[in-house]
Design a protein around this ligand. Structure first.
Ligand code: SAJ
Length: 425
C-alpha cells in the first residue's frame, strides 16, 4: 500500500511528492494530464526550479515515486491542485472538489486528508469535507482533515519547503496533530497548529499583505514621478525605519497567487472590504501606465518598434502565468506600436518570442519589464548598435543608469520623476 498519495503534480504538488518520497515514503502522484505524468515518470520535467529534477530522478530510481492517473489507497492524501479565479473574481473550487471526489472513492477509516491548495475561508469545513464525505465516512469522526497551505517561493521551492514554518489547520485538534506529524518528516521550520478557517485566512492574508504593500509602492511611484523625485531612493530611506518594510513598484503584479488570492478574501466578505479590491485595481493598472509612458516616449508614432525585454511574471523564473508583460503588449499594440518580445527563460507565451538580437534590431525603444540577471549585465554598446534609437525604459530599476547614459541612451526609470529645476533648465 502507498503511504502518501499527492493529487496534482504542478508547481507545489510535484516538489511535495518528491519530498515525501525522499524521506522514505512510498508516494503515488496523481495528475489528470498525461503529458505531466509521462514527464514525471521519465524524470524529464524541464523545470527551472533549482534541484527539483535531480531529486525527482533520485526518488524515481529508488522506486519511491510513481505518477499515475488513478488515486490508490493510502495513509494520507495531499491535495495540491490549482484554485483559479472565475471571470467575476470568485474562487473556482471545482479542481479541489473533483480531487476530493477521487479521494473519497479510496478513503478508509483512519486516513488523513490534507489540502494544500489555496481555498476561500470556510471551504475546508464545507465544500471539501462535503466532497470527501461522499465516501460515507465522516470528517473528524472516521477520517482526519486539515488545511496546510503551501508558502514556498517559486525559484527557491526546495529550500523553502524544508525551512519555512508551516501552518497546519485541522478541522479538529486530532486532525491538526496528524497533519503536523506528516509534515514533520521533512519540515525543519516551526509547524504551527490551528483550526482550518484560521489557516485558510492566514494564507490569504500573507499574499494580500504583499499585494497591498506593492499597491502602495506603485502609488508612491506615481507621487514621486509627479514630485520629480526617485521613488526607489524614497523607499530605501523609508525602509531604514525599524518598523517600515515597503515593497517595490513595478510594471504590474503577476504569478498565479498574489493577483488571485486577495479576491478570495473579497469574495468572502464583499461588503466589508475596500482596501483589498482598491489595491488589486492599482496593481492591475500598472501595465496600462507603462504602455502609456512607452507610447509617449516614441511620440505615439504608429508602427514604432518596441523591444520588450522580459515576459515572465518576475525575475529569474520561466513562469509566465498572469504576467503583466502580456497586458503591456496588448496595450502597446492597441496604441499602434509593434512589439518584439524576448525572454531568456520563458518558453511559452501567448505572443511570439524572439532572440535578444532580433528584438533589439531596429527598435525605437527597449522596455525592461523583468529584472532577469541576464538583463542587468547587458552591454549598452551592443544594445545601442542594434537599436534604431538609443532609448530605454527600465520598469524595475535594475540598470546602472550612468552606464547607459554614457553610451548615449535616453534612460527613463519607472517611479523616477524629472526634478522641477531640470525641467525648467
Ligand atoms: N512584485 C512587485 N514588487 C515587489 C515584489 C513583487 O511588483 O516588491 C511583483 C513580482 O514582480 C511578481 C508578483 O509581484 O509579478 C508576485 O511575486 P512575489 O515574489 O511577490 O510572489 P510569488 O507569486 O512568486 O509567491 C508568493 C509568495 N508569497 C509571499 O511571499 C507572501 C510565496 O511564498 C507563496 O507560496 C506564493 O505566493 C503562493 O503560491 O501563494
Amino acid at each position: 500500500m502507498t503511504d502518501v498519495c499527492v493529487l496534482g503534480l504542478g508547481t507545489i504538488g510535484l516538489p511535495t511528492a518528491v519530498m515525501f518520497a525522499s524521506c522514505g515514503d512510498r508516494v503515488v502522484g496523481v495528475d489528470t494530464n498525461a503529458v505531466v505524468r509521462n514527464s514525471v515518470n521519465a524524470g524529464e520535467i524541464g523545470t527551472e526550479e533549482p534541484g527539483l529534477q535531480e531529486l525527482l530522478r533520485q526518488v524515481l530510481a529508488a522506486g519511491r515515486l510513481v505518477a499515475s492517473d488513478t488515486v490508490l489507497e493510502a495513509d494520507a492524501f495531499v491535495v495540491a491542485v490549482p484554485t483559479p479565479l472565475t471571470p467575476d473574481h470568485r474562487p473556482e473550487l471545482s479542481n479541489v472538489v473533483e480531487a476530493c471526489g477521487m479521494v473519497a472513492a479510496r478513503l478508509r477509516p483512519g486516513n488523513l486528508v490534507v489540502v494544500e491548495s489555496t481555498v476561500p475561508p470556510g471551504a475546508t469545513e464545507t465544500a471539501i469535507a462535503g466532497a470527501l464525505e461522499v465516501s460515507g465516512l465522516r470528517a473528524g469522526k472516521d477520517f482526519f482533515l486539515a488545511h496546510c497551505p503551501e508558502r514556498v517561493l517559486p525559484g527557491a521551492i526546495l529550500r523553502e519547503i524544508v525551512e519555512n514554518s508551516r501552518i497546519v489547520g485541522g478541522i479538529d485538534a486530532e486532525s491538526a496533530q496528524r497533519a503536523a506529524q506528516l509534515y514533520g518528516a521533512f519540515v525543519k521550520g516551526d509547524i504551527q497548529v490551528t483550526d482550518a478557517s484560521t489557516a485558510e485566512i492566514a494564507k490569504l492574508a500573507e499574499n494580500t499583505y504583499r499585494d497591498v504593500n506593492i499597491a502602495l509602492a506603485n502609488e508612491l511611484a506615481r507621487v514621486a514621478e509627479r514630485a520629480g523625485v526617485d521613488v526607489w531612493r524614497v523607499i530605501e530611506l523609508a525602509n531604514n525605519h525599524p518598523r517600515v518594510d515597503l515593497h517595490l513598484p513595478g510594471p504590474g503584479v503577476g504569478g498565479h497567487c498574489i493577483p488571485v488570492d486577495p479576491w478570495f478574501l473579497v469574495a468572502s466578505a464583499p461588503e466589508e472590504v475596500q482596501l483589498i479590491p482598491a489595491s488589486r485595481r492599482i496593481n492591475d493598472a500598472q501595465p496600462r501606465l507603462v504602455a502609456r509612458r512607452v507610447a509617449d516616449m516614441v511620440g505615439h508614432r504608429r508602427g514604432a518598434k518596441v523591444a520588450l525585454l522580459g515576459a515572465s511574471y518576475k525575475a529569474d523564473v520561466a513562469d509566465s502565468r498572469e504576467t503583466p508583460a502580456l497586458d503591456i503588449i496588448d496595450e502597446l499594440e492597441r496604441a499602434g506600436l509593434t512589439v518584439a518580445v524576448h525572454d531568456p527563460l520563458v518558453r511559452n507565451l501567448a505572443h511570439p518570442l524572439v532572440t535578444l538580437e532580433s528584438a533589439l534590431t531596429g527598435a525605437d525603444i527597449a522596455v525592461l519589464a523583468v529584472n532577469h540577471r541576464a538583463f542587468e549585465s547587458m552591454d549598452p554598446e551592443y544594445v545601442g548598435r542594434l537599436m534604431r534609437n538609443r532609448v530605454i525604459f527600465d520598469t524595475r530599476n535594475c540598470l546602472v543608469v550612468e552606464h547607459w547614459k554614457s553610451a548615449g541612451f535616453q534612460v527613463s526609470v519607472l517611479g523616477v520623476g524629472v526634478p522641477p529645476q531640470a525641467m525648467s533648465g
